[in-house]
Design a protein around this ligand. Structure first.
Ligand code: ACO
Length: 342
């Protein structure tokens, strides 16, 4: 039994905001942003677009790739074949209830699918993939899962903090994970073969949306001076992230008993190119091994890895049998990685 990614999709809002556009609004400049992060642009959703809207589009793209048929009836039929929808996000449509996965389930007409959200910050997609594989594996009646990472981070940006507001973008990525008869061991193994999931909750306050939860709810008649936003301790997250990336790559290689030469591509969470380069340097891994598209999309949190997988997949950057490593880190604090035989 194997858990194979059989299709991918992505959706990014059309509104592209360059570093120069940001500089018109905030005291920053293209040179600082590029040299400190590798970011050149980000895409921001319009006011009417919520997390589920982007997620729905990414899901449709993945279902169309799966069937090779973009007709409405084919999409409906494909949606009925889903047994589960797992959506990772820090910027869901609603606070706590209902899950955004349930909104996708309804809008796709995926009547046979269970649906739930996962909160694991930027590591959400990695957690989501492992969760979906576990739930498919435990029940013979389940075969196919839709796993989505989707974010509208533009809605929780702190515009008064130039150190964080330049980092984020909006987007969504999706994969279809299918339980197949392919082997998961041996030379012909396929699919998701290993994951590492970890957390260090002692760093919870380094990436946090303070207001609106049960710890500090909005009060009746309260006038909110500042809209809810993500507060970040950039230095602390940076230090955590470099170590998390380096340690997770090392742990995955050791667990598999392989060297870095056996890895076709590493798809890291796209938070900051410097984090990836610093971890790569620490391990002696060449930059080319890492797939980076942060220049165009900035940090889309839980969406960044599935967006990158879709871009690699559609551009022919992944061949059947390639060993792909995903590496993530983020709010929680959380970290993790998957090994996928494409
Ligand atoms: N434009 C121009 N100057 C700036 C900007 C900006 N946008 N932001 C900060 N600066 C200035 C600072 O004011 C400071 O100036 P000073 O020396 O005169 O005081 C100088 O640049 C250096 O600032 P630092 O904050 O020390 O910059 P640093 O090199 O640490 O980089 C950064 C900051 C890019 C945020 C880095 O710390 C980082 O990448 N951290 C990790 C972020 C991350 O991965 N977040 C994940 C969040 S994902 C999630 O879970 C949603």
């Amino acid at each position: 039994m194997a858990f194979e990614i059989i299709a991918t999709g992505k959706a990014v809002p059309p509104h592209r905001v360059t570093n120069d556009d940001m500089a018109a609004k905030v005291d920053t400049n293209d040179e600082w942003i590029r040299s400190h992060t590798g970011i050149g642009a980000r895409h921001f959703a319009d006011a009417d677009t919520a997390c589920s809207d982007l997620a729905l589009e990414a899901a449709k793209q993945a279902l169309i790739m799966m069937t090779g048929d973009d007709r409405e009836e084919a999409l409906k039929e494909a949606a009925l074949s889903l047994d589960m929808i797992v959506l990772a996000s820090a910027t869901t449509d609603y606070y706590g209830c209902p899950s955004t996965a349930c909104l996708i389930q309804d809008r796709l007409g995926a009547k046979n699918a269970a649906a739930m959200d996962i909160t694991a910050g930027c590591t959400g997609f990695i957690y989501g993939l492992e969760t979906a594989a576990g739930l498919l594996g435990i029940n013979p009646g389940r075969k196919r899962a839709l796993v989505i990472g989707s974010e509208i981070l533009s809605r929780v940006i702190d515009w008064s903090d130039r150190g964080s507001c330049v980092l984020f973008g909006d987007g969504s990525g999706a994969v279809i994970l299918e339980k197949t008869d392919a082997p998961s061991q041996g030379p012909d193994r396929r699919g998701l073969v290993r994951s590492i999931l970890g957390a260090d909750g002692s760093g919870a306050q380094h990436l946090v949306i303070h207001r609106g939860g049960s710890r500090d709810p909005y009060k009746t008649d309260e006038v909110v001076a500042v809209s809810p936003h993500l507060a970040m301790n950039g230095r602390a997250v940076y230090t955590f992230a470099v170590k998390a990336v380096a340690d997770t790559i090392t742990a995955l290689l050791e667990a598999e008993g392989i060297g870095i030469d056996s890895v076709a591509r590493i798809v890291p969470h796209q938070a900051n190119a410097r984090i990836v380069q610093a971890a790569g340097k620490r391990l002696g891994i060449p930059d080319e091994k890492f797939f980076l598209n942060i220049e165009e999309y900035a940090n889309t949190s839980a969406a960044s890895i599935p967006i990158a997988l879709d871009e690699l997949n559609r551009s022919g950057g992944l061949k059947k049998g390639d060993l792909v490593m995903t590496i993530g880190f983020g709010g929680g604090l959380t970290y993790g990685g998957n090994i996928i035989i494409w």
